[in-house]
Design a protein around this ligand. Structure first.
Ligand code: ATP
Length: 230
């Protein structure tokens, strides 16, 4: 059996959280930064995907990018990564990762939530993802981890118990982090925002999930542009 290639010098590790970010919320950010801390990585790149027209609920690509930029302006550990928006539609993560590797020698750590992992075998060419990256699964430490059988069998072959592997091998491993996954989704936030009436002047109720889970700058932007209103 051939051994995986190893580095002779320490590589640059690029952590990426891909998503629709429609809108980006603190659940994304806090979970990704916590996972990055666990791996000894400082920055996390937020990479919006292209949305099929029927899934582009509420906002244009420009608005999603602007909201990601606002998150990045409030936290210097966050960096927008917009490559996927420049690639042909539809977005496929494996193609995006391939394009990233063509442009740089960085080691890519692609972050996903455990919920996304459970559906990984539905992703286009999912078994090739690890040709280009390490997959970092943001797993909730207080919840049972029970992927479907096909995914579990794949994990058994690829999981590394040594988190340092992202600094010593260029790709090919899955690392499970114990990340607090926050009980919030963009869907829930969109629903709350859609239920605010024009009489509210676009302002969400105090203590609502939108106020709790959005960065202030993002909430202000949403109000200013009247996004997600039904
Ligand atoms: P939607 O509700 O529109 O489906 P979402 O809130 O699930 O959106 P996405 O942009 O689809 O957000 O998710 C991007 C990535 O972030 C995915 O890997 C997903 O598993 C992860 N993620 C989403 N919400 C959370 C959360 N609350 N905590 C940690 N990770 C999350």
């Amino acid at each position: 059996m051939s051994l995986p290639p190893t580095f002779t010098t320490r590589p640059t590790v690029k952590a990426i959280l891909g998503g629709t970010f429609n809108p980006p919320h603190k659940g994304h950010i806090e979970a990704a930064l916590s996972a990055a801390d666990e791996l000894g990585v400082h920055e996390v790149h937020l990479m919006p995907c292209k949305l099929a027209p029927h899934k582009a609920v509420g906002v244009s690509e420009t608005h999603r990018v602007r909201m990601i930029e606002l998150c990045a302006q409030t936290n210097d550990r966050l960096i927008p990564e917009l490559i996927e928006l420049t690639l042909p539609s539809p977005s496929y993560t494996v193609k995006t990762l391939r394009a990233l590797k063509e442009n740089s020698d960085d080691t890519i750590c692609f972050f996903i939530g455990a919920d996304s992992l459970y559906n990984l075998d539905k992703w286009y060419e999912w078994e090739h993802l690890l040709d280009y990256c390490h997959l970092v699964v943001m797993r909730r430490d207080d919840e049972e981890f029970s992927p479907p059988c096909a995914i579990q069998a794949w994990l058994d072959t690829h999981v590394s118990d040594d988190k340092n592997v992202i600094h010593t091998e260029p790709a090919g491993r899955v690392v499970l982090t114990n990340t607090p996954l926050y009980n919030v989704s963009s869907t829930e936030i969109r629903e709350v925002l859609a239920s605010t009436t024009s009489a509210d002047k676009g302002h969400v109720l105090e203590g609502s999930p939108a106020e709790l889970w959005l960065e202030n700058a993002v909430l202000e932007y949403i109000n200013e542009h009247q996004l997600y209103k039904s």
